[in-house]
Ligand binder design. Structure first.
Ligand code: ARG
Ligand code: ZN
Length: 860
């Protein structure tokens, strides 16, 4: 590094142990907005109350704002700035504090606070965006009642929305105003405001106690026809939460607004959810079946936050999983109940393995309830969300559904209107169930995916299951305690294929343990971690032939899927290491699966889809991207060639039109494109022809993009033709253009990097829109073979993108860093190349704290 390289900035680290209650409470706030795209003026009137006996001044958080005026009880105040914080002297125990600021939505490219998108104004305040709107104790344990007045140009902002209920409106020449009030005290991160030219899809829902709730999904007029699915999902979610958790909606109005520039998926602001358009708009011509499912999932997730997050919120951001892990668990239950539970579980576990396991074994590993952070935005992670959901799932598995429900009832009841902790949640479950969950709480504090080994030794009618666990070290935590690991276990008869020992719950809560099974009248096959009852990395000692039999007979659909996957995985690892392995058992298992008349198409599709290159790499000591890619290609080609009849008929399977969104129709489509992919791997020419036929004939986006995805990796004339046709057909739809970018960034081609470089130069590429940026940079970061090209050019390219993106939107740029942090898993040469780029990031002057935290931690 050069001698003049700038010093790393020092950023404050926040620690969970340092929590202190707020010095001042703000029971009420009145906000007055004079709205403009370029400049918006915000007057805030805070009713503040001293919290406890102390003489500390009032400290109000700010971020890129300056006070134009500060008054206390109507008088000019004695105030000063401490960095971004406004410090106000308040003499008594209660006061009215007024501030005034100007903010600039059009130049707010971070998309936090109040910003402009497509001519409208909208907000994102979680986690710390409210301080970009006005001075306030911007922490989730300060709950206030909000009264909001919005004034703006009638033509530019015909619709004015905020949390709660509208009270009064009025006009004033070309301008108009609206006053709203939210009766529920809330933390500042749940504040929202939207102003723009929007049209509603209006509907209503009557709660079980008879409250009629007006529902609106607000979009640009042209998008109205694509809001039906989200509205249906909203009404289903409202009914499901009453039924499943006894939770009823609590206002007369529920609004959703779709915004095209949005950092995340969506936001649960009280009564006014703000969504990324990608999670609202859908019709069969422009959205895939997966998009439809994701829309329902996210609509449900944000709606469920009304209780798990809003009515009961978090004491501090270390407790984020209190609302996010629980709410993900709730949305998983919703998706399972309204679709196929087995397919949903497979999908959830796929996400966990693809994203959370690597996070948990790398330099950014942190526990579900983190101990420290520099930038809280970096902790909206798969660990907090998805491992957090697994933790709740384990609690439910251990308590059983009835005690779990009694526990959540007690939790909501006990903490309604409060800011709670993860410990409060567990305490409520314990008090309601009488079950001690102390040991299980280790899952909140210990990071790292436990490694569990299992083997079954049988002697006549008796079998002994031997279990052992280790929890790997993670940054800052070298030594780990054994975790309680709930494993659902059954034994399957090797001859009969029947359950010869019914499923039972085994809790491994020591470093090792044994479990006995008696009365067995045939050799037993071990079916373990059924339904993925524990989020662990499980290695089972298997005899030859065992996996193949389980793949054909396991009574748990998830375990059956696992057996097929493991069969493929073992072949792939051997092949990637240059060993000769027998592919016949894989071909038989995949063939039997395809021919099965017990399994539906969706399950078949999940089962036969080979593990991704990244997941294969995760199972190897040293990731060899080229060898893994080669092995996976050979597997796909062999399956495609040997099972071409079965695959061709699955690919041709007709039936439902694209508008049919039944599980059956979606499963058929999913299997179709997976079959196509195998066939193209075996014969590129025939595959390209077939893909083009599927592409041209498609009456829905699932089939069309499935074919395009296959073509994008082939070097056939059909590829260019299809990419051009797709672009022309959907040129006016940004969400589909994102798919067009993404499909190319994900392509498996030797020239992938050149292709992606060209995408960045494309006129429709922009760093300013998070969806577009993710469709290239985010997707490329997951394209293992391309990113890890031995030249190191992939790393350099990704780094260029990160640095460019950081100037525009640090939060989104920081999410592009983790692939570079995986360096320890690669060979020395790649390690050096990856570290070189991380060092380049850290040494960049003016780097955001978001990217700095991720890159410096990634260097380890
Ligand atoms: N609470 C939102 C959710 O439902 C996520 C918001 C995260 N926003 C952020 N800027 N980090 O998951
Ligand atoms: Zn959430």
């Amino acid at each position: 590094m050069n001698a003049e390289a700038p010093q790393n900035p020092t950023h404050t680290e926040f620690r969970r142990q340092d929590y202190r209650p707020p010095d001042w409470l703000v029971p009420a706030i009145a906000l007055d907005f004079d709205l403009g795209i370029e400049t918006t003026r915000v007057k805030a009137t805070l009713t503040v109350e001293r919290n406890g006996g102390h003489d500390r001044p009032l400290r109000l958080d700010g971020d890129e704002i300056q006070p134009l005026a500060v008054r206390v009880d109507g008088q000019d105040a004695d105030w000063s700035m401490d960095g971004d914080t406004l410090v106000v002297a308040v003499a008594g125990d209660r006061a009215r504090v007024e501030t005034e600021v100007a903010i600039y939505p059009a130049s707010n490219s971070k998309l936090m606070g109040l910003y402009a998108s497509n001519g409208m104004l909208c907000t994102q305040c979680e986690a710390e965006g409210f301080r970009r709107i006005t001075f306030f104790p911007d922490r989730p344990d300060v709950l206030s009642r909000y009264a909001v007045r919005m004034t703006g140009d009638k033509a530019a902002f015909p619709i004015l929305l905020t949390n709660g209920n509208p009270l009064r409106t009025g006009e004033d020449g070309a301008r108009h105003w609206a006053e709203w009030e939210d009766p529920f005290p809330k933390p500042s991160y749940l504040f929202a405001l939207v102003a723009g030219d929007l049209k509603p899809n209006h509907d209503s829902f009557t709660t079980r106690s008879g409250r009629k709730v007006d529902l609106n999904i607000w979009v640009r007029e042209a998008d109205l026809p694509r809001t039906g699915h989200a509205m249906a999902a909203l009404k289903q979610s409202m009914a499901w939460d009453e039924e499943t958790y006894g939770r009823e909606y609590d206002l007369d109005l529920f609004n959703i607004v779709a915004v095209s520039d949005f950092n995340m998926g969506a936001m649960e602001n009280k009564g006014l959810n703000v969504f990324n358009t990608a999670y609202v708009l859908a019709d069969p011509d422009t959205a895939t079946d997966t998009d439809f499912d994701n829309i329902a999932r996210v609509v449900a997730h944000e709606y469920f936050h009304n209780w798990s997050g809003n009515r009961v919120t978090c004491r501090d951001w270390f407790q984020l999983s209190l609302k996010e892990g629980f709410t993900v668990f709730r949305d998983q239950g919703f998706s399972a109940d309204t679709g196929s539970p087995a397919v949903k579980r497979i999908d959830d576990v796929r996400t966990l393995r693809a994203i959370q396991f690597p996070e948990d074994s790398g330099p950014l590993a942190h526990s579900v309830r983190p101990d420290s952070y520099v930038e809280i935005s970096n902790f909206y992670t798969a660990t907090v969300y998805n491992k957090g959901a697994e933790l709740i799932r384990m609690m439910r598995t251990i308590l059983g559904p009835d005690k779990f429900r009694a526990g959540t009832d007690l939790y909501f009841d006990r903490h309604d209107g409060e800011a709670a902790t993860c410990d409060d949640f567990v305490k409520a479950l314990e008090d309601a169930s009488g079950v001690d969950l102390t040991h299980l709480k280790l899952w909140y504090s210990q990071a790292g995916t436990p490694k569990v080994t299992a083997s079954l030794d049988q002697d006549g009618g008796t079998a002994v299951l031997k279990l052992a666990q280790t929890v790997p070290p993670t940054p800052g935590h070298p030594v780990k305690q054994p975790m309680p690991i709930p494993l659902k276990v059954a034994l399957i008869g090797e001859r009969s294929g029947a359950e010869i020992a019914p499923e039972r719950l085994v809790i491994l809560d020591a470093a090792d343990d044994t479990v006995e099974f008696d009365g067995l009248d045939e050799p037993a096959l071990l079916s373990i971690n059924r339904g993925f009852s524990a989020p662990v990395d499980l290695q089972v000692d298997r005899r030859a032939g065992e996996l193949e039999k389980l793949a054909a007979s396991d009574s748990d659909p998830f375990a059956r899927y696992e057996a097929i996957q493991e069969l493929m995985m073992r072949w792939l690892i051997a092949a990637a290491q240059g060993e000769v392995a027998d592919i016949e058992p894989v071909i038989r298992a995949v063939g039997d699966t395809l021919r099965s008349n017990q399994l539906d198409a969706a399950l078949k599709a999940e089962a036969i889809l080979p593990p991704s290159e990244a997941v294969i790499g995760d199972r190897m000591d040293r990731v060899d991207p080229d060898a893994i890619h080669g092995a996976r290609e050979r597997l796909r080609a062999a399956i495609g060639a040997r099972l071409s009849d079965e695959l061709s008929s699955a690919q041709r399977e007709g039936g439902a039109p694209g508008s049919d969104l039944s599980s059956r129709a979606k499963g058929t489509r999913r299997l179709r494109s997976i079959a196509l992919d195998f066939l193209a791997a075996a014969d590129a020419q025939a595959g390209a022809r077939l893909a083009k036929v599927q592409f041209d004939a498609a009456d829905n986006m699932t089939d069309r993009s499935g074919a395009l995805r296959v073509l994008a990796s082939l070097d056939m004339p059909e590829r260019v033709a299809a990419l051009e046709a797709f672009y022309r057909r959907h040129a006016d739809d940004p969400l589909v253009i994102d798919k067009w970018f993404g499909v190319q960034a994900m392509a498996q081609r030797p020239d992938a990097l050149d292709q992606v470089r060209e995408l960045i130069r494309h006129e429709r590429f922009t760093f300013a829109n998070p969806n577009r940026l993710r469709s290239v940079a985010g997707v490329f970061g997951m394209n293992q073979w391309a990113l890890h090209h031995a030249s190191g050019e992939g790393y350099r390219f990704l780094t260029d993108l990160i640095l460019e993106a950081d100037k525009v939107n640090p939060q989104v740029a920081a999410r592009m860093v983790p692939p570079l942090g995986r360096w320890k898993r690669f060979d020395d040469q790649r390690q050096a190349l990856m570290r070189e780029q991380l060092e380049r990031i850290v040494a960049t002057p003016g780097l955001s704290k978001d990217v700095h935290e991720q890159a410096s931690k990634s260097l380890g």
